[in-house]
Design a protein around this ligand. Structure first.
Ligand SMILES: Cc1ncc(COP(=O)(O)O)c(C=O)c1O
Length: 351
């Protein structure tokens, strides 16, 4: 066994609704608002697509997910040779870490960001520098100061999970100008389809200027396909060729590829999801105590409080399962009836 695995623990999913009901003696229904899933689910066209391929379950998928690769290539106007698919971004992050990192290498990222950058770096015997957030935002100056000769990857999460904050276009551009061009800067845009801010980066345009700016996207969030496990990276062709060598041959399931194709085609549905989410998100920021929340461009809101467990339990008492952090609680924006319940709690909670 690799020694460094002892310093990690397996992913802790939190208690299931059933276990929580038992532990807290809750009678009514519980809503899972802890994992930033899209409660509306995918486009109805996805179900039709899956149903029409149910007779193919005994066949392996086509290696490399060529159909959805071609569709994404057209959708984003990037060459298909620059795209690689994984069973969710979780697998993409694993593949990149596995391909790039070895003993003594270093990654630089932020504290309070998506945990898999750290987790996979440790598995590969690399060192991790986590720069503290600056008032809930990625501290790009701090990250630049930590980049050295050992640095092999820089991870940005934009918008960031769990804070929901983002780095705007100009700041990202200036940052990329200052990172040595041989160091990949991997920009995880898992939540990009929820963004409504005008100054959010056009990362595809930045990629034309900076060949080391790599982009991650997923079908798990706004497209509503978390259960299908499909996400991708857009990077330099040379990097994709290398990473593809370590990709498990049939990593993305057959139905996942068809589901993603149908979801991608229904852009009108995606727009309606973005609009509904933005409308509901705005309701939280109308609250008097919303200065305790980080501004969010995503489908979740991070609420700073020095009583995170009390707040978590207050949400639970109205049937909402949220995610507790050491200094706050992250809630996933749900249906209006869920959000209204959480808003009622927040109105009366002394953060
Ligand atoms: C920022 C970020 N990146 C990646 C992922 C993983 O997404 P996927 O479902 O595509 O593996 C998540 C999931 O929560 C996330 O929040």
């Amino acid at each position: 066994m690799k020694k460094q695995i002892e310093q990690l623990s397996a992913y802790q999913p939190g208690l299931s609704p059933r276990a929580l009901k038992e532990a807290y003696g809750i009678e009514g229904e519980l809503y899972k608002l802890a994992s930033n899933e899209n409660l509306y689910g995918p486009s109805p066209k996805v179900k039709e697509a899956i149903q029409s391929h149910l007779d193919e379950l005994h066949f392996y998928p086509e290696t490399g997910s060529p159909l959805i690769k071609e569709a994404i290539s057209k959708h984003l106007d990037v060459d298909a040779s620059r795209i690689l698919f994984g069973a969710g971004l979780d697998e993409v992050i694993l593949m990149i870490s596995r391909a790039v990192l070895t003993v003594g290498d270093k990654i630089v990222t932020s504290e309070m960001t998506f945990g898999q950058y750290y987790h996979n770096a440790i598995v590969e015997s690399a060192n991790v520098t986590q720069v503290p957030l600056n008032k809930g935002y990625f501290d790009l100056e701090g990250i630049l100061a930590e980049i050295d000769d050992d640095t092999k990857l820089v991870w940005l999460c934009n918008p960031n999970n769990p804070t929901g904050t983002y780095v705007p276009h100009d700041e990202l551009q200036q940052f990329l100008q200052r990172v040595p061009s041989h160091i990949p800067v991997i920009i995880d845009e898992a939540y990009v389809e929820f963004v409504t801010a005008d100054d959010f980066p056009n990362t595809l345009a930045l990629q034309q200027q900076f060949s080391n700016a790599f982009l991650l996207r997923t079908f798990s969030k706004a497209y509503g396909l978390a259960g299908m496990r499909i996400g991708y990276v857009v990077a330099a062709k040379e990097a994709i060729e290398k990473w593809n060598i370590i990709r498990p041959p049939f990593n993305v399931g057959r139905l996942s590829e068809y589901a993603a194709l149908a979801a991608l085609e229904d852009q009108a549905y995606l727009t309606s999801i973005r609009e509904r989410n933005a409308q509901e998100r705005a309701k939280f920021f109308e609250l008097e105590n919303s200065n305790a929340f980080y501004p969010s461009q995503t489908n979740f809101v991070y609420i700073n409080t020095n009583k995170p467990h009390d707040l978590y339990e207050a949400f639970l008492n109205v049937g909402c399962i949220t995610r507790e952090f050491p200094n706050g609680v992250r809630i996933t924006i749900g249906f209006p009836e869920h959000n209204d319940k959480m808003i009622e709690v927040l109105k009366h909670f002394d953060l």
